[in-house]
Design a binder for this molecule. Structure first.
Ligand SMILES: Cc1cc2nc3c(=O)[nH]c(=O)nc-3n(C[C@H](O)[C@H](O)[C@H](O)COP(=O)(O)OP(=O)(O)OC[C@H]3O[C@@H](n4cnc5c(N)ncnc54)[C@H](O)[C@@H]3O)c2cc1C
Length: 498
C-alpha cells in the first residue's frame, strides 16, 4: 500500500481547504507572481532563462514541437514542494504545465509559453515490496527505471513498451504494454495514487480512500491533480521470450494477416503482445515492416507469434532475456523530429487494414517533398481479454470498453523536420484519418474508441468514452478541483469539457 500517511482524506476536508476563487490575471502577471514566490522559497529549484539548466530543460521533450519558453521552470524534489507550488499557482492565477517523461507529442500538452513549467524529474524514487509484489514509483521515473528496480526480485509490471517513456503520462491515460491480453492496461494494475489537488492538499486515492478519484485517475489524465506517487501491482515474470522480425514490402499482406490473427487469437492463457509498425520511404519507395513481440516465460521461439515466424523475413532474432534487458535496448531519443500522431480504432479485418495501408502509402507520396519526412503506420492490438480485466476487477476504468469484440488501433505517426511544414502535415494527417475512419465505418468495422497515447491534438478521446463515464468524471472533477485549477490554469493535454 502507499506508505505516506494521508494528510487529508475525503471530500469534506478538501472542500473546506479550498480557496474561494482563482484570481483572473494576465498570463504574464500570473507567471511573474508565481515565479517570484517560488524563487523566494526555492531559489535553487526555480530556473530562469539565464541559466544553463533552463536551456537543458526546455529541450527535454520528445517532439521538437513541444519546445516552448516558460517564464520559469520549477523542479520540486518532494510532494510537499509540489503542493506548495500548486497553492502558489492557484493564489497567483499562474498558468502552468506539468511534465513527466515529456513524451506526449504536441505543443502545450506538457509545456507552456510564458507560464510555469512544473517538471517532475526530481521525484524519481522507487520502492519495491517483494512480499506484497508491489512497487511505489515517483512521477520522475521512466519505465526502464521501474523495470530495473523490479529486476533483482524477478518481478515485472505492466507499463510502457519503450525504454524512456515517462511513468506518469502513460499511467494516467491507460497504458499499452505487451502483456495486456492477460493483465489488462497499465491503469488496471495501479493500486493507489498520491495526489496534490488544486488547493494544494495531498490525498491518497485507492479502493478505500477517495474511491471516485481512484477510478477517475484510471484514464482521466491530468484533470484532477498532480500525481506524486503511483503504487503498481507486480508479477513474478523473471524472463520473457522475444522475437524481432523485419520484413520488406513483399511480406506486407501476410504481415497484416498475421497481425489480425494475433489480435483475434490472443487469449489470456499466456501474456503475449507486440509493437507492430510499417514504415514507408517516399523517396526510395522502400517499405519496411517491423514486429517486436514479447511473451512471458522462456518458450522460444514464442508460440503466440508463430504466424509471424513463418513469413519470410529480412531478419529475425529470437531471444530469452529479462524484462529489464529487453526494455533497455528500446531507445526513442528526444528531439529527433517534429511529429504528428493520429489514429482510429476498428474491428480487426485484414482486408480493411490493407486498404488503409494502401491509401496511406499513396497519400504519403503527396508529401514526398517535405523535408525529413518519416511516416509510420502503427498497429496496436487490443484483444478482448485486455478489456475483460477491468470488467472483473471490481474497479473498472474510465474507458468503459466492452469485452465482446477484439479491437485494433491504426495510427499514423508522421515525422518531419521544419516548422514551415507543421500545418501542412497536420492537415494531411487529419483529413486522411477521417477519410479512412468513414470508410471503415461504412463497412461496419469501425469503433469510436480513441486512445490518448496515439491521438493527435485535434482528436478528443473523452468524446469516445461512454457519456455516463464522462459525466461521472465531471462530477469527480467538480468535487476534487472545485476551483478549476486543472482546467483553467493547467489547460494543456487532453481535458474534460468545461
Ligand atoms: C516513442 C513513444 C512510444 C510510446 N509508447 C507507448 C506505449 O508503449 N504504450 C502506451 O500506452 N503509450 C505509449 N506512448 C504514448 C505515451 O503513453 C504518452 O505520450 C504519455 O503521455 C507519455 O507519458 P510521459 O510521462 O512521458 O508524458 P508527458 O508528456 O510528460 O505527460 C503527458 C501528460 O500527462 C500530464 N502529466 C504528466 N505527469 C503528470 C502527473 N504526475 N500528474 C498529472 N499529470 C501529469 C502532462 O501534463 C501531460 O499532459 C508512446 C509515446 C511515444 C512518443
Amino acid at each position: 500500500m502507499v506508505s505516506r500517511v494521508f494528510l487529508v482524506s475525503g471530500l469534506t476536508a478538501v472542500a473546506a481547504a479550498a480557496q474561494s476563487q482563482i484570481p483572473v490575471v494576465s498570463l504574464a502577471d500570473g507567471a511573474k507572481c508565481g515565479c517570484t514566490q517560488l524563487s523566494a522559497t526555492y531559489g535553487n529549484l526555480t530556473l530562469f532563462d539565464n541559466s544553463t539548466d533552463y536551456s537543458t530543460e526546455i529541450i527535454n521533450f520528445w517532439d521538437i514541437r513541444s519546445d516552448l519558453s516558460p517564464h520559469c521552470i520549477f523542479q520540486p524534489e518532494t510532494a510537499a514542494q509540489v503542493a506548495d507550488a500548486v497553492k502558489i499557482f492557484s493564489s497567483c492565477g499562474t498558468q502552468f504545465a506539468i511534465r513527466g517523461g515529456g513524451h506526449m507529442n504536441y505543443p502545450g500538452a506538457n509545456n507552456i509559453n510564458g507560464g510555469v513549467l512544473l517538471t517532475l524529474n526530481g521525484l524519481a524514487e522507487t520502492k519495491v515490496d517483494e512480499k506484497a509484489s508491489t512497487i511505489e514509483v515517483g512521477p520522475g521515473c521512466k519505465w526502464v527505471d521501474v523495470y530495473g528496480a523490479l529486476a533483482p526480485y524477478g518481478l515485472y509490471t505492466i507499463g510502457g513498451r519503450m525504454k524512456t517513456i515517462g511513468v506518469p503520462g502513460l499511467s494516467l491515460i491507460g497504458g499499452f504494454h505487451y502483456l495486456i491480453n492477460k493483465y489488462g492496461y497499465t491503469m488496471d494494475n495501479i493500486l493507489g495514487y498520491e495526489v496534490v489537488l488544486g488547493n494544494g492538499t495531498q490525498v491518497t486515492a485507492n479502493a478505500k480512500s477517495n474511491p471516485e478519484l481512484f477510478w477517475s485517475l484510471k484514464g482521466g489524465a491530468n484533470n484532477f491533480g498532480v500525481v506524486t506517487k503511483f503504487l503498481f501491482k507486480a508479477y513474478h515474470i523473471p524472463q520473457v521470450s522475444t522475437s524481432i522480425h523485419i520484413y520488406n514490402e513483399s511480406a506486407i499482406t501476410d504481415f497484416i494477416q498475421a497481425t489480425v490473427d494475433l489480435n483475434n487469437n490472443n487469449g489470456p492463457e499466456i501474456g503475449a503482445g507486440a509493437f507492430i509498425t510499417i514504415s514507408y520511404n517516399a523517396t526510395t519507395k522502400a517499405v519496411s515492416a517491423t514486429f517486436f513481440g514479447v511473451q512471458e516465460g522462456t518458450e522460444s521461439p514464442p508460440s503466440r507469434f508463430a504466424g509471424f515466424a513463418k513469413i519470410p523475413s529480412v531478419s529475425t532474432i529470437h531471444n530469452v532475456t529479462t524484462p529489464k534487458q529487453w526494455h533497455s535496448q528500446l531507445e526513442t531519443p528526444n528531439q529527433m523530429f517534429r511529429i504528428q500522431f493520429g489514429h482510429h480504432t476498428m474491428k480487426p479485418d485484414a482486408k480493411q487494414v490493407n486498404r488503409i495501408y494502401q491509401g496511406w502509402k499513396k497519400a504519403v507520396d503527396s508529401l514526398s517533398d517535405v523535408q525529413g519526412l518519416q511516416p509510420t503506420l502503427a498497429l496496436n492490438i487490443m484483444p478482448k481479454s485486455s478489456m475483460s480485466v477491468a470488467k472483473h476487477n471490481g474497479i473498472g476504468n474510465t474507458w468503459g470498453l466492452d469485452d465482446c469484440d477484439n479491437l485494433l488501433i491504426w495510427q499514423f505517426a508522421t515525422g518531419w523536420a521544419n516548422a514551415d511544414d507543421d500545418l501542412r502535415v497536420t492537415n494531411w494527417a487529419k483529413s486522411l484519418l477521417e477519410y479512412w475512419h468513414e470508410d471503415t465505418k461504412a463497412r461496419g468495422l469501425a469503433s469510436e474508441f480513441l486512445y490518448m497515447g496515439d491521438s493527435g491534438e485535434f482528436q478528443d478521446p473523452f468524446s469516445s468514452y461512454p457519456v455516463a463515464n464522462v459525466n461521472r468524471l465531471l462530477k469527480a472533477r467538480a468535487n476534487y478541483d472545485p476551483l478549476g485549477v486543472f482546467s483553467r490554469l493547467n489547460w494543456g493535454g487532453f481535458k474534460l469539457p468545461a
